[in-house]
Design a binder for this molecule. Structure first.
Ligand SMILES: [Zn+2]
Ligand SMILES: [Zn+2]
Ligand SMILES: [Zn+2]
Length: 90
């Protein structure tokens, strides 16, 4: 799949450094795609990986953590969700 942006630019050429079948635990969309509120993958819709090693779209986990039921917990393992800042997901 190709999307043309400022000439010929294959936006699907990059890949996050994670297993290919990995999907966001919140929106169930592949990490090669975006969260439900973004149109194009890339820096606009980055991944975050928690210390529990669960990964989500940044927007998805933000929205989740804002809900009352979240209580700051990872939706996958119910541990306090802390972003793993040492990890370079680029
Ligand atoms: Zn997501
Ligand atoms: Zn997004
Ligand atoms: Zn987790």
């Amino acid at each position: 799949m190709q999307i043309k942006l400022n000439g010929c630019y294959a936006i699907y050429s990059w890949h996050w450094d994670i297993p290919e079948d990995e999907v966001c635990g919140i929106c169930r969309v592949s990490f090669d795609g975006t969260c439900t509120t973004c149109k194009y993958p890339g820096d606009e819709c980055p991944l975050v990986i928690g210390e529990c090693q669960h990964a989500f779209h940044m927007h998805c986990i933000w929205k989740w953590l804002e809900t009352e039921t979240a209580k700051g917990l990872c939706p996958m393992c119910r541990q306090p969700f802390t972003m793993d800042k040492d990890k370079d997901v680029n």
